[in-house]
Design a protein around this ligand. Structure first.
Ligand code: OAD
Length: 241
């Protein structure tokens, strides 16, 4: 813990990768935990283009339920610590897989929402037409674009491509200079691109730090794994701004 705190305090370039575990202490269910179930559906069965094609109303009911739940959630000390880390780090990028918007609410600014945002909707007819809507519950359900077409959540579903612009921003951050620290917190790190960015740190001389109560594929390559809750560990790693 002390080693990481010192390293972060001296770091000039830091990349942070977060997942659902960082929002768990705000009351947001993780994807793969058992509290992620809704009406006995596994999120992995609902967050797909095929599920939406089959039954858009059902998928929207699930999103509407999550939006109502998230509207009541506040950032926790993990989000706050990361916002503080950004304040004291000259070159900082936070890559989150979370769609809840809690990092921004805590004050983080350099955030890439890799999997989109649950607060944004997109037209199914004209995919470049996207807008923010924080209404809960949504009415009508399923919601529509102003052109009359069905709207969908502006999130990345299983089997869909990530926004290439996000990839470019991340690659640009890594190629502008080797990160002193890559911090991976609260993610099961099952996606290859998450593992690759984490691996990048170990290849360029940076310190790879993981914060998670459970082991993940990143644990095998991390220099330091701090096993525990993000809301308890992250605040201890960040010096006051
Ligand atoms: P998961 O639900 O797969 O994993 C949550 C991780 O958080 C697990 O490794 C837990 O051990 C850990 N965890 C739980 N409580 C924690 C706490 N208090 N502090 C720190 N860690 C904690 O969620 P993600 O890794 O975010 O993608 O999942 C990645 C992606 O898969 C999601 O963005 C979503 C999902 O299916 C899409 O929808 C495309």
């Amino acid at each position: 813990m002390d080693r990481v705190r010192e390293k972060l305090a001296a770091a000039r370039r830091v990349a942070v990768i977060t997942g659902a575990g960082v929002s768990a202490e705000s009351g947001v269910p993780t994807f793969r935990g058992k509290e992620g179930l809704w009406r006995n559906f596994n999120p992995m069965e609902l967050a797909t283009p095929e599920a939406f094609e089959r039954d858009a109303k059902l998928v929207w009911e699930w999103y509407d339920w999550r939006r109502e739940l998230l509207a009541k959630c506040q950032p926790n000390p993990a989000h706050e610590a990361l916002a503080q880390l950004e304040e004291v780090t000259p070159h900082y990028l936070l890559i989150t897989q979370n769609v809840d918007g809690l990092h921004a609410l805590a004050g983080s600014r350099a955030v890439i929402e890799l999997h989109g945002s649950i607060w944004r909707l997109r037209c199914t007819r004209e995919p470049f037409r996207e807008w923010e809507d924080r209404t809960t519950p949504l009415d009508p359900l399923p919601p529509q674009c102003e052109c009359g077409a069905l709207a969908r959540p502006a999130v990345v579903w299983f089997g869909e491509y990530l926004d290439p612009a996000n990839f470019e921003r991340i690659e640009a951050f890594f190629s502008a200079g080797a990160p002193d620290v890559v911090l991976v917190a609260g993610t099961s790190a099952l996606f290859p691109y998450i593992q690759n960015w984490a691996f990048h740190a170990t290849q360029t001389g940076g310190m790879l730090v993981e914060v998670n109560p459970e082991p993940t594929p990143v644990s095998d390559i991390a220099h330091v794994t701090l096993m525990g809750k993000a809301g308890e560990i992250l605040p201890k790693l960040i010096r006051e701004g």
